[in-house]
Design a protein around this ligand. Sequence first.
Ligand code: TRP
Length: 329
Amino acid sequence: MKARVLSGIQPTGHLHIGNYLGALRNWVKIQHDFESIFCIVDLHAITVHQDPAALREQILQLAGLFIAAGIDPKSSTMIVQSSVAQHAELAWMLTCVTPLGWLERMTQYKAKTEAAETIGDGLLQYPVLMAADILLYQAKVVPVGEDQRQHIELARDIAQRFNSLYGDTFTMPETRLPIAGARVMGLDDPTKKMSKSATGSGHAIGLLDPPNEIKKKINRATTDSNPAVDIETMGHGVANLLNIYQAFTDATSEQVRNEFAGQRYGDVKKKVIEAVVAGVEPIQKRYAEITADRTYLNGVLKDGAERVRPIAESTTRLVRERMGLYNLS
Ligand code: TRP
């Protein structure tokens, strides 16, 4: 039997090449080695306020992008988190075995709440809900970026605590990340990971950006004060451009270094633009075809929810029993 893999992306903002190279493309590569579940985590999205109409639209858009990027909805299961009610149900049960201190310690929680005036309780509970996503399906492998490692470790801690309080119930997810994704940095500030929530228009390249937009953004991308690429001393901005090129062309870092050493930034950027445009073009084409048929997309998501529901029901039935909650007979 294949091990079960589960991962998720929030349907907020627009998916960018950092999400693609760092996560989605890896899912595509490994999907057939596992029993795969890919989750559009709309309940996570509402931990900060979302415009309802925009959120609904972004959920469908993300589903379309999953398929356009190569997720095969026949063999892999795609779900919208909120359409399987047990995610929220299990999250509550897990909340009740989670010490507050574990949550207050999460670095992402601390970062997100630093700037905020009022802090929604959902932000604190965010990692418990993520643990519920994973443990609900007894997933063994969780392909995420390095920035999510602390959340996976928390899911393990919660599982362990539950198991020791109530008896063996949850499979421990592994901390091992199946394959390393590329870590793409912001074009305007290459010391920060490319992010959907950053506001600068020159920060991220959207997976659906047209070629002229991609060109404009890369041409404006930060480099360094060297006159040309110096492999030894290159700044983060130059390294980031080479990294993006490497990821899209599937080259080795040695090949990329040989190709770019001593090249002027104008020429470097031209090649990077070509590689990115060539990389996103087929995805954009498929995306346009797929989203033209909303009934098909909705059908995929409905089918996904139906496929996983028996697993979700069986886990929550067991958890209810273990915790002494009432099961109607
Ligand atoms: N928190 C994850 C992120 O921002 C998204 C996520 C939610 C997730 N639930 C998950 C990832 C379950 C893996 C498994 O990237």
